[in-house]
Design a protein around this ligand. Structure first.
Ligand code: NAD
Ligand code: GLY
Length: 366
């Protein structure tokens, strides 16, 4: 493993005629040839938000205009609570006002919220237009920009409205992480830890050994974590693009995590924070079912804390916890399904006995 690698890397998501490259490296947003390679038509609509826009929008627009593109911009309000129908309609309003045609490429400039919403807008505007992901958070660079899950939240459930729709390319400029707040960096580390925990025990060991460097923003360590996460995710998506089975393991920690996000109100805890705590809860459940030993559950707990993520769950009340976990796309016939470690580095998806679930809630809620 070359953890010092900082030169640009290109991976591929192999999906037949919907395959696409993921480029990872520093200052990629200055590379006009790279950015425009996957924008076929003349028209481009860049979707961003009020935080990322002032940082990176002008630069991207100049680059696109310099390459002869006609550029429209949409600047949405920032926040998970804005990942909703009103924001989506705002994108359509601008696209229609500006008479964007079906050859227009949408570019998602931002974190997972902008990426998911722009992807959904691209999937549905004029029944589908191309889009490119330019992820600017660690979470989006290691997870959400890859794999084509797009959508918005509903007040009754997270990511409940959406579509599978793959981008033309993912351009992860790691220099954009320089402006990312520490709390957001930690949120991204939750998804990195998830990839090691569910699929790659050697990567989990590496994260444990390098967590100080990751939290300290060591460029080589971050670059390797992004690369390995994208490799793992691309491989899962290649095997099961539309989540017929295997892809569900990428939801490790999310059954609990989504309940935290919806239960506290979107935007209170960050998505990555809820996933971090959710993974601790799922590891506790795995241990109670005899799938991992206490030391392994403790390792995951310690790693989540070392990433500066919360490991204690909020007290939503048992009834509310159960009600929230019932609104989950993995569930079938009213049965709540969990991704469990069996052992660390391997995962299974299954319903669990209610009494064991209640023990986990009792142990993890503070
Ligand atoms: P986010 O998009 O809200 O971004 C986090 C914050 O960082 C925002 O305030 C944003 O404006 C700001 N920001 C973004 N880039 C920045 C930069 N370079 N410098 C400074 N500030 C910056 O949150 P996120 O953690 O990126 O994504 C979470 C979302 O992703 C959730 O809605 C989640 O459901 C979704 N998600 C989707 C998938 C998928 O497969 N589609 C996977 C995981 C998560
Ligand atoms: N983050 C879950 C998935 O992409 O399937």
């Amino acid at each position: 493993m070359n953890a010092q690698q900082t030169s640009p890397i290109t991976l591929n998501v192999d999906l037949g005629d919907r395959s696409y490259p993921i480029s990872i490296g520093q200052s990629l947003l200055s590379d006009a040839a790279l950015v425009t390679r996957h924008i076929a038509g003349k028209r481009v609509a860049v979707v961003t938000n009020t935080t990322v826009g002032p940082l990176y929008l002008d630069r991207l627009v100049e680059l696109l205009k310099g390459a002869g593109k006609q550029v429209t911009t949409v600047v949405l309000p920032d926040g998970e609570e804005e990942k909703n129908w009103a924001s989506l309609m705002r994108v359509f309003d601008v696209l229609l006002e500006e008479k964007c045609d079906r050859k227009t490429t949408l570019v998602a400039l931002g974190g997972g919220v902008i990426g998911d919403m722009t992807g959904f807008a691209a999937a549905t505007y004029m029944r589908g237009v191309p889009f490119v992901q330019v992820p600017t958070t660690l979470l989006a660079q290691v997870d959400s920009s890859v794999g084509g899950k797009t959508g918005i939240n509903h007040p009754l459930g997270k990511n409940m409205i959406g579509a599978f729709y793959q981008p033309q390319a993912v351009i992860a400029d790691t220099s954009t992480l320089d402006t990312l707040p520490d709390r957001e960096l930690s949120a991204g580390l939750a998804e990195v830890i998830k990839h090691g925990a569910i699929i790659d025990p050697a990567f989990f060991d590496w994260i444990e050994s390098n967590i100080g460097k990751l939290v300290g923003r060591d460029p080589g360590a971050l670059s390797y974590a992004i690369q390995r996460s994208c490799e793992i995710k691309a491989d899962v998506v290649r095997q099961d693009e539309r989540e017929g089975g295997l892809r569900a393991i990428l939801n490790f920690g999310h059954t609990f995590g989504h309940a935290i996000e919806a239960g506290l109100g979107y935007g209170d805890w960050l998505h990555g924070e809820a996933v971090g705590c959710g993974m601790v809860m799922a590891a506790d459940l795995s241990h109670r079912l005899g799938f991992i030993d206490a030391a392994t559950a403790a390792r995951l707990n310690a790693l989540v804390k070392a990433a500066n993520l919360p490991a204690d769950a909020p007290d939503l009340g048992v009834e509310r916890w159960l009600e929230l976990m019932q609104v989950d796309k993995k569930n079938e016939g009213g049965q709540i399904k969990f991704i469990l470690l069996k052992p660390l580095g391997t995962s299974v998806i299954m319903p669990v006995p209610q009494d064991v679930l209640l023990e986990t809630l009792k142990a993890c809620v503070r």
